[in-house]
Design a protein around this ligand. Structure first.
Ligand code: SAM
Length: 228
């Protein structure tokens, strides 16, 4: 899979996507992540990518020209399944969306800034708009990195124990059960006995029960979704 992220602040994105599981996935060639600097597609000598809003008002708007040229340059090299714009008013990101995006071959993610982007980019160039939650950040870089991270861990072969992504929260609309590690006893706070028995089927049953319990307590809405 290939993820191309267009941004005016590459340094914010490169850090989060250069560690741990995502770094290993990139090294193994399971995903190619490219960070494209929008200013490289500006044509004036100051490399401007924003301008005042028509109609007035505070805040700058990202202009269509550099974004159009950046997307066209990428599209001239290969086909893209989605051109995604990170936006607080987009569809709320969830595990289901991460699962479906992880099946795609090539995607572009555009991170916005300032007051946002010229609406014509959204109308004519963007195929999907994603929000990471009902709050407003200063830029789309962290949202883009979050989406890329969530997608990458779902690509087959990325997580060494392939099972482990399947047992993450929200897969099958259940939260993950509690996990424990050594020491089994600490300050009198003990690990549940069942986990120390080595009885795999009984441990599995216990984990499932705990996952349902946790979901009922913390996110009963997920179980309702399941019933729909
Ligand atoms: N004026 C815009 C609004 O009220 O919807 C907010 C613009 S925000 C300051 C700048 C950029 O940050 C947006 O273009 C978007 O790319 C990104 N952004 C901010 N919050 C986000 C969120 N919750 N989800 C996804 N992207 C977000």
């Amino acid at each position: 899979m290939r993820i191309d992220i267009i941004t005016v602040l590459p340094e914010i994105i490169s850090g989060p996507l250069d560690h741990s599981i995502v770094k290993r996935a990139r090294k193994k060639g399971l995903v190619e992540i490219n960070i494209i600097h929008l200013r490289d597609f500006a044509t004036d000598k100051h490399k401007n990518v924003d301008d005042y809003a028509f109609g007035g008002g505070a805040g700058m708007v990202m202009t269509i020209g550099p974004i159009f040229r950046a997307i066209e340059a990428l599209k001239s090299e290969r086909d893209y399944d989605e051109v995604i714009y990170m936006s607080p008013d987009g569809d709320k990101f969830d595990q289901k969306t991460a699962n479906s995006l992880s099946l795609l071959k090539n995607i572009i993610i555009l991170a916005g800034h300032y007051k946002g982007i010229d609406q014509r980019v959204r109308d004519y160039l963007i195929t999907k708009e994603i929000s990471i939650g009902d709050y407003v950040l200063s830029g789309g870089e962290l949202p883009a990195a979050i989406v890329a991270d969530a997608i990458v861990r779902l690509i087959p072969g990325v997580i060494s124990d392939e099972q482990s992504a399947l047992f993450d929260s929200f897969q099958d609309n259940l939260l993950a059960p509690p996990v424990y590690t050594r020491p089994a006893k600490f300050m009198g706070w003990n690990v549940p006995e069942i986990l120390l028995t080595g009885n795999a089927p009984e441990i599995e049953k216990w984990r499932h029960k705990q996952a349902v319990k946790r979901t009922l307590e913390n996110r009963p809405d997920l179980l309702e979704e399941d019933a729909e």
